[in-house]
Design a binder for this molecule. Structure first.
Ligand SMILES: [Zn+2]
Length: 368
């Protein structure tokens, strides 16, 4: 059966965002720009995820919009009853550019780990890298909306900001840990969905490992693309845990979720996945004129125990806060399928108070 034709009307969304009190001059309009398709795809995924979350968790109404800042960041907040995720236009453009440089390393003789899945993945590797990155961003920000659901105008930023001096706050560290947990759950869900969607003859360890390598690479790069990462490893400082701690916590969570859901049937060698993902990330960073700050692997190895202890400490601290999503996760998150999404849309078409405000018919943007 053909799927319904769906698009999100950015004009309508921005009108609602402006009505909530955001200044029109802060909103980025991507129409007729070279990146129109990239923004439209981003909006499609982001607003779809919010649409599901609205139904599942009651964070409603929730809208995503692009703002005029060209730095790489995003933030979440509630304003006059509207839940908002504000994505810097720089994040969309620079993330897309960054992953498109995969084309420059595809011939690298060391890149043998995708050989067995060549032409068999559901999308091109740069598209998957970008897709996982968008999902992490949106679900991370969504967790902040959830955490702060009863508080108006209390915006939280995604990334560590070196420009602003940040005082240490354990509550903030725990909230970031929680948001990262939810972000990586989104990536695991996407990997799971892609894996379930492929032909049975391709459902094997090679395909699952390839998707996991792409997922980890997307997350590792996310913490290094344009970020002013502090070279020095810190623990109880600033409002965000150190990016190395966040990256390692996220990778551990991804391993647990995938192993929990698919590990019974398919053996995943996590050290191999991590090794290949670090190799691929390093190559991508190099092609983008970046590199892992300092000797990040050495820092990690030398501080492994302390990093693990701090991750455990943050995990333990989550029990103190009733507002966290880790304490009340929607149960069917991992099973979200596009079928379910289309069903949600179909229901919304029948309810003029809901989807019609936002969703129209006439143009189709396939999930990237
Ligand atoms: Zn955050």
């Amino acid at each position: 059966m053909p799927q319904p034709i769906i698009f999100f009307d950015y004009d309508k969304i921005t009108k609602q965002v402006i009505a909530s009190g955001i200044s029109k001059k802060d909103i980025y309009s991507y129409f007729e720009t070279p990146y129109e398709k990239v923004f439209q795809d981003f909006l499609w995924i982001a607003q779809t995820l919010l649409f599901i979350a609205e139904k599942q968790i009651g964070i409603s109404p929730a809208r995503v919009f692009f703002n005029n800042s060209f730095t790489i960041n995003a933030k979440a907040g509630k304003q006059n009853g509207l839940y908002l995720i504000s994505i810097n236009s720089g994040l969309v453009v620079q993330t897309s550019l960054f992953f498109s440089r995969y084309a420059d390393i595809i011939e690298d003789p060391m890149m043998t780990f995708f050989d067995k899945v060549k032409g068999k993945l559901p999308h091109s590797i740069p598209t998957l890298l970008r897709d996982f990155s968008v999902r992490f961003t949106i679900d991370h920000e969504f967790a902040h909306l959830y955490q702060k659901r009863s508080v108006d105008k209390n915006w939280m930023e995604m990334e560590y900001s070196a420009e602003k001096s940040e005082e240490f706050s354990i509550e903030n560290h725990v909230m970031e840990f929680d948001a990262d947990f939810w972000g990586v759950t989104g990536v695991a869900s996407a990997i799971h969905t892609y894996f379930e969607g492929i032909d049975d003859s391709l459902k094997n360890e090679n395909t699952l490992s390839a998707l996991a390598i792409i997922g980890v690479t997307s997350l590792l790069c996310k913490f290094y693309i344009g970020q002013k990462t502090p070279d020095r490893l810190y623990f109880k400082e600033h409002k965000h845990p150190h990016p190395l701690i966040r990256a390692m916590s996220i990778c551990t969570h991804l391993n647990w979720i995938l192993t929990d859901n698919l590990g019974q049937k398919f053996h995943l060698s996590w050290p191999d996945i991590m090794g290949n993902a670090i190799f691929l990330s390093d190559k991508l960073l190099e092609k983008n004129g970046l590199k892992f700050k300092g000797d990040i692997l050495l820092t990690y190895v030398n501080n492994l125990k302390k990093i693990q202890e701090y991750i455990n400490y943050l995990n333990e601290q989550t029990k103190q806060y009733g507002n966290l999503i880790i304490n009340n996760p929607p149960t069917d998150k991992i099973d979200i399928s596009w079928d379910k999404i289309f069903k949600t849309f179909n229901e919304s078409f029948d309810n003029p108070d809901d989807g019609d405000i936002l969703v129209g018919k006439g143009s189709h943007f396939a999930p990237i």
